[in-house]
Write a protein that binds this ligand. Structure first.
Ligand SMILES: Cc1ncc(COP(=O)(O)O)c(C=O)c1O
Length: 441
């Protein structure tokens, strides 16, 4: 019955094919790791392994590209790096020094941002506690609180401290996303309520949508907000000094997946029980950041500018930091011809990322562009500890140094002291490699 009812949808899914990862994109990524092989080997020699290898130049380069894409379009643009994507103090300090604002979502993130010298901070996130709001009020010279509800407005009212605020708007009907922000049709009441509280200065609106491989979500939301703003009385509308368009920009190389985790292959695997070829990688394409910025600019020109001239804020996380950290591991054991075990475990990244996502595991001790099937596993005492199903190299032997590139986003900030402790970090600034003492920030 179920199959009959849904046969068309099933046929569509089985026919759909997530595009293959273009070989030239993969080769480029591996070649970049090869070009730094000596640096990785010296880092392992000097500091041991496993390591978080921070690439300062890669971080600054991405930050610059992101900022330039939007600043070339908007006169008044400020990027706030979303700390949840990578809360490494070195990354936060470096971005703050480069003039980025920081987007925090808890009291502890706020303290880290302040400790790292951030001068512009937005504080978003649901159900902020009175303690967190008081901390934000203490630093009101540099923090804008993005209220998530009327309850937060009441809490701020009871605090009686001068604060600058904005409000987050609910953007999706998805049950889990309804927990964020206030509905658009409550915006007028929110601004009117805030305007009545003497020490509260209402200045803007925020939205955030996630996992955007194209600008479509952003442009649709900007249109909706424009329609709502158009209906506001002029006095309230003029209070909006900024529109914060959140984060969710997917890096230009697209989303790299194991063939097993492409939607249609999951079904294929269930129905046909065919194991996937480990050398088959897929890639959901993404949009370049310039095209993204263009589309956002056009949407703002069309839907916001006729009613309002405001500054634009954005909260990029993944886009800015994903190339900034590479994982460095050493082969500790070879159990079977097709199983190598490394000294580091996936507690370094805090989740089973490589059961879905694909990134090359590059042997920098034995360089080759050839990719071979082999299970590359971590050394945690659990089978859910996998780095990859293949490696790039001539072979793999005990003691070889392996690098998994581009692991800056949603890995370090999810690290766990699960079975093994969290490894050390080193920074490569283009010339020297230095250890980073995270507690000194
Ligand atoms: C409010 C907010 N802003 C920004 C981000 C950063 O998103 P991304 O890393 O996808 O750019 C997130 C991520 O969940 C978020 O919740």
């Amino acid at each position: 019955m179920y199959i009959e009812e849904h046969s068309e949808a099933l046929k569509h899914l089985l026919k759909h094919r997530t595009p293959a990862l273009p070989q030239e994109l993969l080769n480029k990524c591996v070649a970049k790791v090869h070009s730094m092989a000596d640096v990785f080997l010296s880092a392992a020699e000097k500091f041991g392994s496993p390591l978080y290898f921070i690439d300062k130049q890669a971080l600054l380069n991405s930050a610059d590209l992101f900022r330039s894409a939007f600043s070339s379009k908007f006169d008044d643009f400020t990027p706030y790096f979303a700390m949840k994507s990578c809360n490494h103090p070195y990354i936060i300090r470096t971005l703050a020094e480069a003039g980025f604002g920081i987007d925090v979502s808890s009291g502890v993130e706020l303290q880290t941002a302040i400790g790292c010298g951030a001068e512009k901070i937005v504080f978003s996130g649901p159900a902020k506690t009175l303690k967190e709001l008081s901390l934000a009020a203490e630093y009101s010279d540099r923090v804008t609180i993005l209220c998530d509800s009327f309850t937060e407005l009441n809490k701020l009212s009871s605090l009686g401290r001068n604060v600058r605020i904005g409000v987050r708007l609910t953007t999706e009907n998805n049950p889990l996303w309804r927990k964020f922000g206030i509905p658009l049709d409550e915006l007028q009441r929110f601004i009117m309520t805030a305007a009545e509280i003497k020490h509260i200065s209402f200045c803007g609106v925020q939205f955030h949508s996630s996992w955007n491989l194209t600008p479509d979500n952003h442009t649709a939301l900007i249109k909706l907000i424009g329609e709502t703003i158009a209906e506001l009385p002029e006095k309230l509308r003029n209070m909006i000094e900024f529109m914060d368009i959140g984060g969710g920009y997917w890096p230009e190389d697209g989303e790299w997946l194991l063939a097993d985790s492409a939607e249609e292959m999951k079904l294929n695997k269930q129905l046909l029980k065919n194991p996937c070829d480990p050398l088959d990688h897929r890639c959901v394409p993404s949009t370049g950041i310039d095209i993204y910025a263009d589309a956002v600019w056009a949407a703002v020109e069309t839907h916001i500018r006729p009613h309002l001239k405001c500054a634009i804020y954005a909260e990029p996380g993944r886009w800015v930091c994903h190339e900034s950290i590479h994982l460095l591991l050493r082969v500790e054991d070879i159990k079977l011809p097709d199983i190598a075990i490394t000294d580091g475990g996936t507690n370094m990244i805090g989740w089973e990322r490589f059961e879905m996502d694909y990134f090359p595991v590059v042997n920098v001790s034995d360089i080759s562009m050839t990719e071979h099937p082999m299970m590359i596993l971590g050394s945690l005492c659990t089978p859910h500890d996998i780095w990859g199903h293949t490696f790039h190299g001539g072979g793999v032997k005990i003691g070889d140094v392996l690098v998994i590139p581009n692991q800056g986003a949603y890995t370090y900030s999810l690290r766990q002291n699960f079975i093994k402790s969290v490894p050390e970090s080193v920074v490569f600034d283009g010339k020297n490699i230095n250890g980073v003492n995270c507690t000194s920030f």
